[in-house]
Design a protein around this ligand. Structure first.
Ligand code: G1P
Ligand code: ZN
Length: 543
C-alpha cells in the first residue's frame, strides 16, 4: 500500500456538537476538511494500528465519496480491517450493533440525521466507540483539540473499493468486508421480540403504514415488516433511500411527516402509523386518530416492555434526557426502579446502560432505545410497539387513554426558533441566567415559579460533570419550561423552548396540548423576554 502524507492546516470550526460534526455539505467538501476531521479522530483515539472499524451512512449526498476517503485514511493509519455496509448504507443503530457484535474498535457514521441532504444541505460524521456508543464528551474534546493542531494526514493511494457486492477485498494490510446492512440487525430484533405474535397480528388483518421518508430505514423496514413479519406489500412507503431524501426533511414529526399524520387522522387510517429519520435512529408513533408524543411513547413502552421476551424479567431503570417530559419517571416510580435525568444527547445514556442501571431510555426528540445497542433505534421502537399491540389486542388510542388514567398526562410541546443570530441567542441566555435566582415565588403571567436553575449533570457512573445543559423553570402548577440552544444546527442558532404541564390521573386528558400549555408558554415567553430578544413569538416548528 502506497501511503502519502498530505500537508494541511487546521479548520477552526470542527467542534463536535450534540451528535458528531454536522455542517453544510459544501463545508465538508472543502479541500482536506473531511480528511482533517477523520485524522483528528485517529489522533484522539491513539491511532488505528491493527484496529477494526465499522463504516456506513444514511446514503445522503457525499456519503459514497466520504466512505472511500475514510477507508483510505483508515488503511494509512494501519487499520487491519474495515466493515462497510453494502453500497455504503448502514443505519445508526445497525452500526452500533455491528461494532458490538464484531468486537470492532469503533465506527464511523456518515449522517446529519434528520437534517435534509444534498449539496446545498447538510452532512455529518459521528464516531462511535468500541461499546457502540457515540463518542463521550471526553473523547469529542480530544478530537476537537486534535483538529486545532493538525499539520498533516496520511492517506493510502488506491483505487475506490467496490461496495456494490457483499464480500471481502484487500488493499495491502487492510481487509475490507462489505456486509448486508440488514441481516445482523434483523437477527438482533428477532431475539428481542415475539415475532410470531406480531406475525399473527398482521395475519389477522392489523394494518400499518411505515414512512421511511426516502431515508435509510426503507430496506430495513421492508425486510423486517413486509418480508419477515408478513405485513402487506406497500406497508412501507418512501422506502428507497435517496441522496436528497426526495427533497424533504427526513424528520419523523407531525410537521415533516405530514402526509402520514394526515392519513392517520383520516377515516382511512390504518391501525398504526410510524416513521423514522435519515439515519434510522428516531421514530414517530401515531395511532388511528392519536399522535403519541415521544415522551409518552417512552413511558408507555417502559410500562409495557415486559410483554416482549427481551424485557420479560423487568427493567433495571429508565433514563430520559432532561427536556423530555416526566411521564416515564412516573412509570419508574410505580415499578420501583431508578429514574435518571441526563443532558440532551444519546451519549449520556451509555454509562447508565453499560452499568446496568437502566434498560430503556429516551428523548423528547423522537428517540427511544434500550440496552440492545448504544444508540437510539427507530425500528426497535416500532417493533416494541407492535409486540405490545400484538399481546394486548387493544388500539393505540386505548393504550394511551389507559396510560393517562393510570399515571396522569404530561401535556408536552417543543417550540423551535431556528436560524436566529448567535448573538441574539447568547444575549437572551445571558439575561435569563441573571434572572434565575429571583424567579422563585414570583407570579408570572398568572403562574407561580417554584424553582429555576441551569441543569448540570453529575454522571453517577464515572463522576464526570456536564454543566450548562439548559435552563429549567418549574411552576407550582406542576408545569415546567426549559430553554436550551441546539447543538446540531448548521446555521446560526436554534432556540428550543420545551413546555410541559402535568394533569393528574383523574384530571381532564382531552385538551388540545397547545391550549393546555398556553399558561406555561405565556410565562416562558415573559421570563426570557422572547419578543424583545428575537423580535418574534411564533416558532418555526411546534412538535
Ligand atoms: C437534537 C435533539 C436531541 C438529539 C440530537 C441528535 O439535538 O434535541 O435530543 O439527541 O438532536 O439526534 P439538539 O439540536 O437539540 O442539540
Ligand atoms: Zn437520527
Amino acid at each position: 500500500m502506497i501511503i502519502k502524507s498530505v500537508a494541511t492546516k487546521p479548520y477552526d470550526d470542527q467542534k463536535p456538537g450534540t451528535s458528531g460534526l454536522r455542517k453544510k455539505t459544501r463545508v465538508f467538501m472543502q479541500p482536506n476538511y473531511l480528511e482533517n476531521f477523520i485524522q483528528s479522530i485517529f489522533n484522539a483515539i491513539g491511532g488505528g494500528d491493527g484496529k477494526t472499524f465499522v463504516i456506513g451512512g444514511d446514503g445522503r449526498y457525499f456519503n459514497a465519496e466520504a466512505i472511500q476517503t475514510i477507508i483510505r485514511i483508515s488503511g494509512a493509519n494501519g487499520a487491519a480491517k474495515v466493515i462497510v455496509g453494502q453500497n455504503g448504507i448502514l443505519s445508526t443503530p445497525a452500526v452500533s450493533n455491528l461494532i458490538r457484535k464484531t468486537g470492532a474498535d469503533g465506527g464511523f457514521i456518515l449522517s446529519a440525521s434528520h437534517n435534509p441532504g444534498g449539496i446545498e444541505e447538510d452532512f455529518g460524521v459521528k464516531f462511535n466507540a468500541s461499546n457502540g456508543e457515540p463518542a463521550a464528551e471526553r473523547l469529542t474534546a480530544r478530537m476537537f483539540d486534535a483538529t486545532r493542531v493538525i499539520e498533516s494526514y496520511p492517506i493510502a493511494d488506491f483505487e475506490d473499493v467496490d461496495l456494490h457486492g457483499i464480500g471481502k477485498a484487500r488493499r495491502g494490510n487492510l481487509e475490507i468486508e462489505t456486509v448486508d446492512p440488514v441481516a445482523d440487525y434483523l437477527s438482533l430484533m428477532e431475539r428481542l421480540f415475539d415475532f410470531d405474535a406480531i406475525r399473527k397480528l398482521f395475519a389477522n388483518g392489523f394494518s400499518m403504514r411505515f414512512d421511511a421518508m426516502h431515508a435509510v430505514t426503507g430496506p430495513y423496514a421492508q425486510a423486517i415488516l413486509e418480508d419477515c413479519l408478513g405485513a402487506p406489500k406497500g406497508t412501507v412507503v418512501n422506502g428507497v433511500p435517496k441522496p436528497d431524501f426526495g427533497g424533504g426533511h427526513p424528520d419523523p414529526n407531525p410537521t415533516w411527516a405530514k402526509p402520514l399524520m394526515d392519513l392517520m387522522m383520516s377515516d382511512d387510517a390504518p391501525d398504526l402509523g410510524a416513521a423514522s429519520d435519515g439515519d434510522g435512529d428516531r421514530n414517530m408513533i401515531v395511532g388511528r386518530g392519536v399522535y403519541v408524543t415521544p415522551s409518552d411513547s417512552l413511558a408507555v413502552l417502559a410500562a409495557n416492555a415486559h410483554l416482549a421476551p427481551a424485557y420479560a424479567s423487568g427493567l433495571a431503570g429508565i433514563a430520559r434526557s432532561m427536556p423530555t417530559s416526566a411521564a416515564s419517571d412516573r412509570v419508574a416510580k410505580r415499578l420501583g426502579i431508578g429514574a435518571y435525568e441526563t443532558p440532551t444527547g444519546w451519549k449520556f445514556f451509555g454509562n447508565l446502560l453499560d452499568a446496568d442501571k437502566v434498560t430503556i431510555c429516551g428523548e423528547e426528540s423522537a428517540g427511544t432505545g434500550s440496552t440492545h445497542v448504544r444508540e437510539k433505534d427507530g425500528l426497535w421502537a416500532v417493533l416494541l410497539w407492535l409486540n405490545v399491540l400484538a399481546k394486548r389486542r387493544i388500539s393505540v388510542a386505548e393504550i394511551i387513554k389507559e396510560h393517562w388514567q393510570t399515571y396522569g398526562r404530561n401535556y408536552y410541546s417543543r417550540l423551535d426558533f431556528e436560524a436566529i443570530e448567535t448573538e441574539e441567542a447568547n444575549s437572551l441566555f445571558r439575561e435569563l441566567r441573571t434572572r434565575l435566582a429571583d424567579l422563585p415565588g414570583q407570579n408570572i403571567a398568572g403562574v407561580t415559579v417554584n424553582a429555576a436553575d441551569e441543569f448540570s449533570y453529575n454522571d453517577p457512573v464515572d463522576g464526570s460533570i456536564s454543566s450548562g445543559q439548559g435552563i429549567r423553570i418549574f411552576f407550582e402548577s406542576e408545569g415546567r419550561a426549559v430553554f436550551r440552544l441546539s447543538g446540531t444546527g448548521t446555521q446560526g442558532a436554534t432556540l428550543r423552548v420545551y413546555l410541559e404541564q402535568y394533569e393528574p390521573a383523574d384530571g381532564d386528558h382531552t385538551l388540545d396540548p397547545q391550549a393546555a400549555l398556553k399558561a406555561i408558554q405565556n410565562a416562558a415567553y415573559e421570563i426570557c423576554r422572547l419578543e424583545a430578544h428575537l423580535g418574534r413569538t411564533e416558532p418555526d416548528t411546534r412538535t
